[in-house]
Design a protein around this ligand. Sequence first.
Ligand SMILES: Nc1ncnc2c1ncn2[C@@H]1O[C@H](COP(=O)(O)OP(=O)(O)OP(=O)(O)O)[C@@H](O)[C@H]1O
Length: 260
Amino acid sequence: MSIPTSNAALRVTNVTVRYGSVTALEGVTLNLEPGRVCGLVGTNGSGKSTLLKTVMGMVRPVVGAVSIGGADPAAARRAGAVAYVPQTENVDWEFPISVREVVMTGRYGHQGWMRRPRAADHAAVESALDRVKMSEFAERQIGQLSGGQRKRVFVARAIAQGASLLLLDEPFAGVDKTTEAALTVVIRSLAAAGHTVLVATHDLAGLTFLCDEAVLLHRRVLVHGPPEDILRPENLALAFGVNPHEADVLDGDVHQRQVS
Ligand SMILES: Nc1ncnc2c1ncn2[C@@H]1O[C@H](COP(=O)(O)OP(=O)(O)OP(=O)(O)O)[C@@H](O)[C@H]1O
C-alpha cells in the first residue's frame, strides 16, 4: 500500500537496530498519517517492542531516523507528543500510590515545576479513567488490581497525557475479551479524535476491528497494508511459518512459531 508521507504523524526511515551481535530491526521504513491505528504483528522476537522503543527514543538505531510530527523522539517526548505503554510496567507495585495518582503522572508535562494539578489536569484524569472504565477503582492502590486492570490504568495515563502518538505494546495480553473489546473501542475513539496509534498485538482475530492498517514484521517489514492483507494465508505463512489450512491461526494467539 502506498501511503502519502506529507503530514506524517510518524516517519520511521530505514531503521536498523542492533543489540550487540543481534540485529533486531533491519532497514525498517514505516510512515503513518494522523488518525490511523496501525497494528504491529509478528512472532516472538520479530522486533515489535524494539520498534516501539526506537520510536520512543529508548533504543537508538545504528542506521536510520525517526520523526514524530517532524520532531526527533527526544524532542517529541519532552513535548509530551508521544506516549508509550510497555508490555510490562517496571514499577514497584507495593508503592502507596492510587490509580488516580498514577494516571495523574501522565499530566506532569502539563504542570509547572511544582507539579500542582489544575482543573484541566483533574478533568483529563477523570475523563481518561472513565474511558477505560476504571473510575470506580480510582482510589485503589495500584498493586491491588488485576493484570488487566493495571493495563487499563496505564492506557488511561497515556490518554491523560494527551499525546498525539500512542505506542501500545500488547495492550490485550492478559486481559479478558470484555476488556479487550472495551480497549478496542477506546483506541478507535482516540483515532477518531485524530490520535495516531501504533499497537503491537498477537491478536490476529481482532485485527480488522482494531486497525486501519497493519505491519507484518520479522526484523524487516514483510508486509504493510490493510489488515485483511496481513491475514492472507500466504502472508501469515511468511511471518509465522504456519500453514493456515492446517492450523486455525485466527482462533487464538499466533506467536509460538519462530521463522528461521
Ligand atoms: N535488551 C536486549 N538485549 C539483547 N537482545 C535483545 C534485547 N531486547 C530484545 N532483544 C532481541 O531482539 C530481538 C527482537 O526483540 P523484541 O523484544 O523487539 O521482539 P518482539 O517482537 O517484541 O517479541 P515478543 O512478541 O516476544 O514481545 C529478539 O531477538 C530479542 O531477543
